[in-house]
Design a protein around this ligand. Structure first.
Ligand SMILES: [Fe+2]
Length: 352
């Protein structure tokens, strides 16, 4: 395990807390978009094709000889939808939330950069849930290699290796929460590296937000809601979260037309993730948009293979590395950088 690498993961600046991320009017328009355009899929269903790819993102190791299944990974009942991507906001009624001058200024100041462009706008929505998996790093991109042309596991492996920092995009997020429940539901992060103290942002959190660089800081959501309701029965990878047609403020989890769980307004946790890409100055901006210093998948794979050889790893070179599960598993094993082990205890019902 490459613990020394893990310790290098620190955000460009300490997380910065803000209040009233969105106005009441903006919040209600955001929530209406979610109610009117659902139901929404599991996060896991969207990002991964195989359980090995999940492991590559969570710094875990796969024991030799073990074939992973979805059952072994577990299905955390957290759901996601996209509100905008790149220059396009999918819902005109929330354009002011996305092309957000206040947020652009916040991330420019956070990074000390001259320019910023909004890049991602998505939400997580959930009822009661267990802890949001082990602390993780968010997916990063590199000049020439993005979510559009590169699988997430490769982007994350590249990030964890620290071999590709020259090409790594500068990103900043404003993560906002709306959760009025009394049990858990907050956010844990490790701005001083994985062996440092966890910083906790605790619920209730209504419009509370944090300016962060989540690609370079381990973080996860806290367990949320009543313990007995955190593992709804009968879920599979197709389970969705949407408005309860029988309750104008309620929500429900459903699988193939069957309702797994009803979630009251009070127990629903809504996270709004706004992300931007930063450019230090005009030269940085031009280099990105001129593609004068891009990296491609072949070069990245070759660099990872060369690095593994330097580290003395024994392996057979893959013929089709991008679609070779055993190579994906090997990379996740070699670049298993670990993560924080000092995870604060879950909030239990008694703490309410
Ligand atoms: Fe994350």
């Amino acid at each position: 395990m490459l613990r020394d690498l893990a310790e290098t993961f620190r955000p460009v600046a300490p997380p910065q807390l803000i209040d009233n991320a969105y106005s009441n009017d903006q919040h209600s328009r955001l929530l209406n978009v979610v109610r009117d355009n659902g139901p929404w899929p599991l996060i896991l269903a969207e990002n991964f094709k195989t359980p090995e790819e999940v492991i590559a993102t969570t710094s875990g190791a796969i024991p030799e000889g073990v074939t992973l299944t979805w059952d072994m990974i577990g299905l955390n009942p957290v759901f996601r939808g996209y509100l905008a991507r790149g220059g396009t906001c999918f819902y005109p009624e929330i354009e002011d939330c996305y092309y957000n001058s206040r947020f652009l200024e916040l991330v420019r100041n956070y990074w000390g950069c001259q320019y910023a462009e909004p890049e991602t706008f998505l939400f997580n929505i959930q009822g009661p849930t267990p802890i949001g998996g082990p602390p993780h790093l968010d997916g990063t991109v590199f000049r020439g290699m993005t979510m559009e042309n590169t699988p997430l596991w490769l982007l994350l492996t590249m990030a964890k290796s620290r071999l590709f920092d020259r090409w790594r995009s500068k990103k900043g997020q404003v993560i906002a929460w709306y959760y009025n429940g009394r049990i858990g539901g907050g956010f844990n992060c490790w701005p001083d590296g994985p062996s440092g103290q966890a910083m906790q942002i605790n619920a209730p959190m209504w419009g509370k937000a944090v300016v962060v660089e989540n690609e370079m800081m381990f973080h996860h959501g806290q367990a949320t809601g009543p313990v007995a309701q955190r593992k709804p029965q009968g879920m599979d990878i197709s389970t969705t979260f949407g408005a309860d047609p029988e309750n104008p403020t309620g929500w429900q989890l459903a699988t193939s037309g069957k309702i797994n769980q009803k979630v009251a307004e009070q127990d629903m946790r809504f996270l709004v993730h706004w992300g931007a890409r930063l450019f230090k100055d005009m030269a940085d901006f031009r280099q990105t948009y001129d593609h004068s210093d891009d990296i491609g998948a072949d070069q990245a794979i070759n660099m990872l293979i060369a690095d593994m050889k330097t580290r003395g790893v024994q392996f057979v070179e893959p013929t089709d590395p991008l679609h070779d599960n055993s190579f994906v598993a090997l990379l996740s094993q070699v670049y298993d950088i670990g993560g924080p082990s000092n995870i604060p205890a879950d909030a239990m019902d008694e703490a309410a």
